[in-house]
Design a protein around this ligand. Structure first.
Ligand code: G6P
Length: 378
């Protein structure tokens, strides 16, 4: 067992650290940077891609948040309405020609009962289905029209970590592929997105290199009453995922909020005993979120902020009038400037934070109570 964990105390920590390698596998051989094109080995004919009228993503748990991240990118690159639903709530409504609705199931295991059942409903109604999964030979692969593999390698920890990163990276590649085929994604913007994907492994490594700092921060706040994660745009699904990770393995109360919604209710929960983890990177509307940071600071909450590091020690983008986001937060966590996927890199800070809070509490991190790696009942 110890050998399988390669010296790490838990599979979860090992898998957090495997992310640069997993991401390299995800990307390997799939990008042609000169052409601004992508090959994710999916058999979606060009005529079909041109005819897509809507994309519906269905998924559960962490995979659902990966889907939400991707939907933000898909809608702009592919230029069709893209919805994301929790698989257990999904009802297919595909208009007059259901085949023109592409229903994408995102599932690490390929065996989640709710996701399988949603896909079966979509198929029965006549939609085209596509699986984005980590597991060759899984049920979802057999039951969908096409599959794309995220290639993250086996994940043992119940709390998903490296598969989230590889799901978002794969879905970003898929968005570029479909956008280029449809002619809706300009070459320059495709290049930008592909650059962001290619820089992911090194950017994630730089966050992993800062683990000692995150451990200190976790120790400082371990006894808090609750933890709130806030972000906008691409930072919103990452906030939901950050909170999910923390509640799954530490059993603490943690919630993710769209930063703009704070004032509509959650602010009533904010005290000196509730740290707020804020996404202030590019891709998450840092200027607007900084205003929310000030609102929670005024209520005494400590703020842990992940912000873009422009490379010169200052933060890029964030802060009204060019003010430095780092001067507004109690704990300042820099994220390399790589564009759209910066919130995904920041997520690695939230993973490490969750891990170290749970570890301080002595929780059974790889086998949290009441949870299963793959839920095969509806
Ligand atoms: C379970 C796991 C989660 C996972 C979810 C969806 O609840 O504990 O970590 O995100 O299932 O799993 P899937 O295999 O469909 O991605």
């Amino acid at each position: 067992d110890a050998a399988e964990k390669s010296g790490y105390d838990h599979y979860m920590l090992k898998e957090i650290h495997e992310q640069p390698r997993a991401l390299r596998q995800t990307i390997s051989g799939r990008i042609d940077p000169d052409a601004g094109s992508v090959d994710v080995e999916v058999d979606l004919p060009p005529e079909y891609i041109a005819s897509i009228e809507e994309i519906q993503i269905v998924a559960c748990g962490t995979s659902n948040y990966a889907g939400r991240y991707a939907a933000e990118l898909l809608e702009s690159t592919v230029d069709v309405r893209t919805t994301v639903e929790v698989a257990s709530e999904y009802e297919f409504d595909g208009g007059r020609d259901p085949w023109r609705t592409l229903v994408v199931a995102v599932t690490q295991s390929g065996e989640t009962a709710d996701t399988l059942s949603a896909i079966r409903r979509a198929k029965r109604a006549g939609a085209r289905t596509l699986a984005v999964t980590n597991t060759l030979g899984s049920t979802i692969v057999r039951e969908t029209d096409d599959s794309v593999f995220i290639r993250a390698g086996p994940e043992i920890g119940v709390a998903a970590t490296k598969t989230f990163a590889s799901q978002v990276a794969t879905l970003t590649l898929l968005a570029v592929h479909i956008g280029r085929e449809r002619g809706t994604l300009p070459y320059g913007r495709a290049q930008e997105l592909l650059d962001s994907v290619r820089q992911l492994p090194n950017a994630v490594q730089s966050v992993l290199d800062a683990e000692d700092r995150v451990r200190e921060v976790a120790r400082e706040y371990v006894d808090s009453d609750a933890f709130f994660f806030i972000g906008r745009q691409l930072g919103y699904p990452v906030s939901l995922e950050g909170a999910l990770k923390l509640k799954e393995i530490s059993y603490d109360h943690a919630e993710g909020f769209a930063a703009g919604e704070l004032k509509h209710g959650p602010l009533a929960l904010v005290t000196e005993e509730t740290p707020v983890l804020a996404l202030l990177t590019d891709g998450s509307r840092p200027k607007e979120t900084l205003n929310n940071v000030k609102e929670v600071q005024a209520r005494g909450a400590p703020v842990i902020g992940a912000r873009t590091d422009a490379g010169d020690g200052s933060s890029a983008g964030a802060g009204p009038g060019g003010a430095d986001a780092s001067s507004y937060v109690d704990v300042d966590l820099p994220v390399p400037a790589i564009g759209d996927l910066e919130p995904l890199v920041a997520n690695v800070y939230w993973q490490l934070f969750a891990y170290h809070v749970a570890n301080e509490k002595g929780r059974p991190i790889d086998r949290p109570r009441n949870l299963a790696k793959s839920v095969t009942v509806e």
